[in-house]
Design a protein around this ligand. Structure first.
Ligand SMILES: Cc1cc2nc3c(=O)[nH]c(=O)nc-3n(C[C@H](O)[C@H](O)[C@H](O)COP(=O)(O)O)c2cc1C
Length: 188
């Protein structure tokens, strides 16, 4: 099978859920953001927006509000996490990139997902830990929605689709679990 650095990075990346407290460098941050904006987008519309959040108070507020929002969701697993005081939705990561998209953009959810995937792969490629965190979405849509849109500088008509927690890994992740089989067929 073909092998190269990109393929190795794809297979090596795992969600990291334990971060060192030191902040990532500006060069590392710019590298992952650039990877995000080089993602493909439907019709090349590029209708995404990235909010870099490194303010600890804002991260803590988002953590609290997301858990409060998630506590209302009718799902036992989600409720257990939401009600666990020790659980931090960002796992203590010092940087979170919120990925938003223009609400009326064509296939905007896919565009934002492509950008998010690029960010987590770029993070792995330069030795950073990352976790795709959609738990953050529970902080939006409620009473504090408008306040967050302003505080986080979302352009008018945009809404959050995902986020990525970023930082230095506390420990190396184990290899990916076995992949499910029989998920490919061929029409030749
Ligand atoms: C759309 C999406 C949303 C996710 N949201 C969360 C999240 O809120 N919190 C979290 O810890 N992991 C989240 N993840 C990470 C998945 O749990 C993780 O990718 C999956 O368990 C496979 O593990 P791996 O990333 O180590 O391969 C999310 C992943 C995706 C694709």
């Amino acid at each position: 099978m073909a092998a190269n650095e990109v393929l190795t990075t794809i297979k090596k990346r795992r969600s990291v859920r334990s971060f060192k407290s030191d902040q990532i460098t500006e060069a590392e941050l710019q590298a992952v953001l650039e990877a995000g904006i080089y993602a493909p987008s439907a019709g090349n519309q590029q209708l995404w927006h990235f909010t870099v959040i490194q303010d600890k108070q804002v991260l803590e507020q988002l953590n609290k509000d997301a858990k409060a929002g998630a506590a209302q969701i009718d799902n036992e697993h989600v409720q257990l996490m939401a009600k666990n005081e020790k659980f931090n939705i960002f796992y203590g990561a010092p940087t979170v990139v919120l990925v938003s998209g223009k609400e009326d953009g064509l296939m905007i959810e896919s565009d934002c997902a492509a950008a998010t995937q690029n960010i987590i792969l770029a993070a792995e490629a330069i030795g950073l830990g990352s976790c795709w965190v959609d738990f953050i979405l529970s902080a939006f849509g409620g009473e504090q929605d408008e306040q967050y849109r302003q505080q986080l500088g979302l352009p008018a008509g945009y809404k959050p689709f995902s986020s990525v927690a970023l930082g230095y890994k506390k420990s190396e992740a184990v290899n990916a679990p076995a992949r499910k089989e029989n998920v490919i067929n061929y029409i030749k």
